[in-house]
Write a protein that binds this ligand. Structure first.
Ligand code: ATR
Length: 285
């Protein structure tokens, strides 16, 4: 990478941000397309202060991750209606104000919902399908929204009933408890909880006996890459989609917003996989 006075600046703000895979994915994409740009991890405590700095330094595109996806909203100049509705922003585009050509205007978007939808649509059409979404946090909200928008019938299952019902009401969909799952019929299962993530890689959010009914099982956990849930689902004959798929697809949508160019998906996926091989714990349950 040849950094010079014309290099466009991109980054991810979060806290912590040291383990983010976004830098490796976006730098690989920028390099593959010959774009003079650099993407850096930025550990940020105060998101309002950080935004003033990003504007002053002339950053062009920024990813927002935990814990800033909701708090960033109040500092933005323009918020995409879908991001506003979801109440979370994971992508910033800084553009010069057309009136004076200088002052940056900050636009906020949410590509998480698109990422979930794109990752699944590579394997199965969503319209009319029943999708069981496990979890009711921020990730479940974006995933549920994306799938609902694609015409799927979403069903939420969550450990805490109150939180699960709140999300189901927001989506206008149904809620079931884990105890009721034996009587549920769905085409697709998406795990949005952290269950199965290292160091508790032997855990799974769902009893393996319940898996043969699903056509497709997607996990958003990517450490390890082949989670216990995906191993069980594969053994049950389901098509499995690993946690890199949604990360990749939401990143691809960001890249397109920032550069206006088609993201090099293969290069980005390859970069993510080689990075994970270094960190990914080998496990055998
Ligand atoms: P995020 O915003 O990243 O989605 P979150 O808001 O902490 O993260 O949400 C985590 C989700 O994982 C929640 O739905 C949580 O269930 P509760 O609402 O019952 O807390 C779910 N979750 C976390 N650990 C879990 C576990 N061991 N078993 C079942 N669900 C779990």
């Amino acid at each position: 990478m040849n950094i010079n006075g014309n290099t466009s600046l991109y980054g991810v703000i979060g806290n912590p941000v040291g383990h983010s895979l976004s830098p490796v994915m976006h730098n690989a994409a920028l390099a593959a397309l010959g774009i003079n740009g650099a993407y850096v991890p930025l550990n940020v405590v105060n998101v309002g202060d950080a935004l003033i700095g990003l504007k002053a330094l002339g950053f062009r595109g920024v990813s927002i991750t935990i814990p800033h996806k909701e708090t960033i909203l109040e500092f933005l100049d323009v918020v995409d209606p879908v991001a506003e509705r979801i109440g979370a922003v994971n992508t910033l585009l800084l553009k010069n104000n057309p009136d004076d050509g200088a002052t940056p205007v900050v636009h906020g978007f949410n590509t998480d919902w698109l990422g979930a939808r794109m990752a699944l649509e590579e394997h199965i059409s969503l319209a009319g399908r029943t999708v069981l979404v496990a979890g009711a946090g921020g990730a479940a909200k974006a995933v549920g929204y994306g799938l609902h928008e694609a015409g799927a019938k979403v069903l939420i299952v969550n450990r805490t009933e109150k939180t699960g019902r709140k999300l189901a009401d927001w989506l206008g969909c149904g809620f079931v408890s884990f105890g009721e799952l034996a009587s549920v019929q769905a085409d697709i299962l998406v795990n949005t909880t952290s269950v199965g993530m290292v160091p508790r890689a032997c855990d799974s959010v769902i009893d393996p006996d319940l898996l043969p009914g699903f056509k497709v099982v997607m996990d958003i956990v990517y450490a390890p890459l082949k989670t216990r849930l995906l191993q069980d689902a594969e053994a049950a004959g389901c098509v499995v989609i690993d946690g890199l798929a949604m990360l990749l697809c939401q990143g691809a949508a960001q890249f397109e917003i920032w550069t206006g160019q088609r993201p090099p998906l293969d290069v980005m996926r390859q970069a993510l996989e080689s990075e994970l091989q270094v960190d990914d714990a080998v496990f055998d349950c």
